[in-house]
Write a protein that binds this ligand. Structure first.
Ligand code: SAM
Length: 189
């Protein structure tokens, strides 16, 4: 879950840029789902702190995180992960398996994991077993129209051809609004 230190500024920036008061999270390959709980952890950056939690994440900032980003609060509306082999850390076996991946002597890391597992127990994310390549379209289709439109619009920045092909195949299952959002920044093929 240490990687949440890098993810938090990205989530906050995304929420700010889209004026989104809430996020609907889907993680591909979440294992135990500890990254899906990023808003339950506290963070310390050079400019300031974010969140309140017994688990405080800190690290190296290659680019300083602006205070204005850290001032943002965002609600997480849903947390869902799709994994071929989800790890259920609410069981003794699952928690032990995850602990076994930590090298002996990494005391701080083991402590962070213990704390994160305690936080997860309070509100476990939904973990679906399966191949995300197969399950993602149906998971996204369950979400409201605006959510899938925004996801496609965002993904079009990195893979415009994939988004065009997705809309060509699944476009009739999308609302007009979602189709428009998906293709918003793409020039006509
Ligand atoms: C290295 S773990 C990453 C765990 C977590 N995302 C993290 O950042 O700590 C990769 C996970 O992806 C899952 N995975 C790989 N390919 C997958 C697929 N096609 N569908 C679903 N899960 C997959 C594996 O089962 C594994 O749990």
């Amino acid at each position: 879950m240490q990687r949440c230190f890098a993810l938090l500024p990205a989530f906050l920036t995304l929420a700010r840029d889209h004026g989104a008061p809430a996020l609907d999270l889907v993680e591909l390959g979440p294992a135990a789902g500890l990254n899906l709980l990023w808003d339950r952890y506290a963070y310390r950056y050079r400019a300031g702190r974010w969140g309140s939690s017994e688990l405080l994440l800190h690290g190296v900032e290659y680019e300083p995180v602006p205070l204005e980003v850290l001032a943002r609060r965002v609600e997480v509306r849903r947390r869902l992960g799709i994994d071929l082999n989800p790890v259920d850390v609410t069981t003794v076996e699952g928690a032990r398996l995850l602990r076994a991946f930590i090298w002996p002597g990494r005391v701080e890391r083991a402590q962070r994991l213990r704390q994160a597992i305690g936080i997860l127990w309070a509100e476990p994310p939904t973990l679906v077993r399966g191949d995300y390549v197969e399950l993602l379209p149906s998971v996204l289709a369950e979400r409201d129209d605006e959510a899938i439109g925004w996801a496609l619009r965002q993904h079009a920045r990195t893979d415009p051809a994939w988004v065009r092909a997705f809309v060509a195949v699944h476009g009739d299952q999308l609302s007009g609004l979602s189709r428009r959002e998906a293709l918003k920044h793409l020039s006509p093929a």
